[in-house]
Design a protein around this ligand. Structure first.
Ligand SMILES: Nc1ncnc2c1ncn2[C@@H]1O[C@H](COP(=O)(O)OP(=O)(O)OP(=O)(O)O)[C@@H](O)[C@H]1O
Length: 355
């Protein structure tokens, strides 16, 4: 039973129990003639009724894109599309409608996005990195870690189309790695192995930290700037730095009466403080979690240096390293306090990097 559960968990990540040094599954639990679970999983993607009905709601631009893409897929042609448009124009709405129409025809669509958050907006969505096993340390000549004979390659061969949202956010080497890999898997030298690829995103999108007009003014050199090229923020979007206490003023401004809102999800999801350095993140997290109501639990990280037989790296030193890709030595959490995942733990259940 445990092995079966473990196998299912590994299957979700495109792996099998046979890939590891583990006892084999009892013969009666393996159906060798069965459709691979990775394909079964895709065939079982649920499409919400509202997506099936949204064809009737598409506006003119969406309808034109929908018809063009559907025609290519139905006629089994190959093409690469780019759905361009500013944030909120309805790109995700279009992908979901396309997916619903194709899934209801029994087709398989691989829905991916550059970020975990965007991937969770598409039924069965995964990050492109996780779906196509794109190397993290990407190089100009990299290829994806998909083996031609494995189930994932079969899934790619049988799918009707691939969606990649937020494509402009990704390094071009990732797209080129996918291009090379699809050509190899599909034994077809057309772009992306002759698959229908629907990329989308917005090259103009900037983080909604300041109003766009302000950024445009900076670009046009209209706003007053300091001589050393520093941008001067207008007072109405800044909290002046006076002393360390200004950090408390900032926290109080962003999350007023935090101690009264620990249970209040709508209050929590509307607030965030962005900061460029990990040290500041750590400092702010400590201050905010102290104010958060409830009992504090400390989760400790244990570090060791491989091959350090002479104990050259003392535990106190390792604990003091706050490297960006590692959690802090002490992670303070409280019940109901928001946590953000930094790894894709289980994308099928929405547990993605950034959620
Ligand atoms: N034709 C439509 N009819 C009704 N609602 C729509 C339509 N198109 C888009 N919407 C709604 O508009 C909102 C924004 O659309 P959507 O999320 O698809 O935009 P987007 O272009 O993907 O934005 P972003 O780039 O920020 O992800 C959503 O709530 C969506 O349901």
């Amino acid at each position: 039973m445990l092995l079966k559960d473990l196998n299912e968990l590994l299957n979700r990540h495109g792996k099998k129990i046979e890939d590891y040094d583990l006892p084999s599954l009892p013969p009666n639990t393996i159906d060798r003639g069965a459709v691979p679970s990775i394909i079964q999983e895709k065939l079982a993607v649920n499409t919400p009724n509202e997506d099936i009905e949204s064809v009737a709601k598409l506006n003119n631009d969406q309808m034109s894109a929908f018809n063009t893409i559907m025609n290519v897929i139905i006629q089994k042609h190959s093409k690469v599309f780019f759905v361009d448009g500013p944030g909120g124009i309805g790109k995700t709405f279009l992908y979901r409608t396309l997916m619903a129409s194709l899934i209801s025809r029994g087709e398989i669509i691989l829905a991916t996005a550059s970020s975990g958050i965007a991937a969770t907006l598409l039924p069965g969505g995964r990050t492109a990195h996780s779906r196509f096993k794109i190397p993290i340390d990407i190089q100009p000549s990299s290829i994806c870690g998909i083996q031609k004979q494995k189930d994932l390659a079969n899934l790619i061969r049988v799918d009707a189309a691939i969606i990649w949202d937020e494509a402009p956010m990704t390094n071009k080497n990732c797209l080129e790695a996918l291009d090379r890999s699809l050509q190899d898997i599909c034994s077809n030298s057309a772009p992306f192995g002759g698959k229908v690829l629907i990329m989308g995103g917005d090259f103009r999108q900037v983080l909604p930290v300041v109003r766009k007009e302000f950024l445009i003014c900076i670009g046009d050199d209209v706003e007053p700037t300091k001589p050393d090229d520093m941008v001067k923020l207008p007072l109405h979007i800044a909290i002046p730095w006076e002393c360390e206490h200004s950090i408390q003023v900032l926290i109080q401004h962003i999350s007023p009466n935090l101690e009264l809102h620990g249970w209040d999800a709508p209050y929590m999801v509307q607030r965030a403080i962005l900061t460029p350095t990990n040290d500041d993140v750590q400092k702010l997290n400590d201050m905010i979690i102290d104010q958060f109501p409830g009992e504090e639990h400390n989760l400790l990280l244990f570090d060791e240096v491989e091959g350090d037989n002479h104990n050259l790296y003392q535990q106190e030193f390792l604990n003091s390293i706050a490297q960006g890709s590692l959690p802090p030595h002490i992670l303070k959490i409280k019940k109901d306090a928001p946590l953000m995942l930094l790894r894709n733990l289980d994308p099928r259940y929405g547990l993605c990097n950034g959620t």
